[in-house]
Design a binder for this molecule. Structure first.
Ligand code: ZN
Length: 267
């Protein structure tokens, strides 16, 4: 059976539910953390906003509330999708990349961060934000918080800054694999455990066996699709992207070309 499809995603959610996990939005996990088995389902909508809607509908049908972080780029920022996701009771937050967009200019970045936060607050009273990795940029978007506190902007948390990953197990589907951490540039956290999975079936098995950690933060991007053509295309693209990312780390020319391509794509 194919992995990273909507069907596989549903099976994963059902496994958690059957094992007695409850789902909280990221915001809730910050303000009123639940006791016992808890999963926070986080979606970084880097692109393919309509796929996010499909995932949100699936969760809604199962009575699950998740957290969706939207970027300002047009591939992510689709008002119709944001509105529908909010209407289903999910949390919406801002997937910020202001510092990399402002080429490291802190003043400019903070001004655009505030404007973008206000923009997303038209749809939802945003209380959490999450950095976008901007893997080809030399700027780490989290540096924005060197001169500013989250609380001053009415925010209660940032997944990369507010979570103790020794207490909360972190899982991410970066590059179409649950153990693709070596392809990630900034989406990496220090984990207190060596527990690792490659595919979704392994996670489901672990959940069914009762061996899955009690608290987890799961990042699922929007590449999960029920469309076979899109699924094949995305697998080829992710395979190539993973290779290029590894090559770019060793070769400056490849890194520069890749950075230019990425810039063009998101323009
Ligand atoms: Zn991102």
């Amino acid at each position: 059976m194919r992995d990273f499809t909507l069907k596989a995603y549903r099976m994963l959610l059902e496994a958690f539910l059957h094992a007695g996990y409850r789902f909280q939005t990221f915001e809730e996990s910050m303000t009123t953390p639940a006791d016992g088995k808890t999963v926070v389902m986080r979606h970084d909508v880097d692109e393919l906003a309509w796929n996010a809607l499909k995932m949100a509908e699936l969760e809604f049908a199962l009575g699950i509330r998740a957290t969706y972080y939207f970027r300002v780029v047009k591939q992510s920022n689709v008002p119709e999708v944001i509105r529908k996701i909010v209407a289903m009771g999910h949390e919406v937050g801002y997937h910020y990349e202001d510092l990399s967009m402002a080429e490291g200019d802190m003043t400019k970045a903070m001004a655009s961060f505030k404007a973008n936060l206000d923009y997303f607050r038209q749809y939802y009273p945003v209380r959490s934000v999450c950095m976008h990795g901007s893997s080809t940029s030399k700027y780490d978007n989290r540096a924005l918080w060197k001169g500013q506190s989250l609380g001053d902007l009415g925010l209660v948390g940032e997944p990369y800054l507010s979570v103790d990953f020794n207490q909360v197990y972190y899982l991410t589907d970066t590059g179409y694999a649950w153990d693709g951490g070596r392809y990630a540039v900034r989406d990496v956290v220090e984990r207190g455990t060596s527990l690792s999975f490659h595919n979704t079936w392994q996670i489901i098995e672990c959940v069914n066996n009762g061996a899955f950690p009690e608290k987890a933060l799961v990042l699922a991007h929007t590449l999960w699709t029920g469309n076979v053509i899109q699924w094949i295309w995305l697998h080829i693209r992710e395979f190539l992207r993973n290779r290029i990312k590894l090559l770019a780390r060793k070769n400056g020319t490849i890194a520069k070309c890749y950075e230019k391509l990425v810039r063009l794509y998101w323009k």
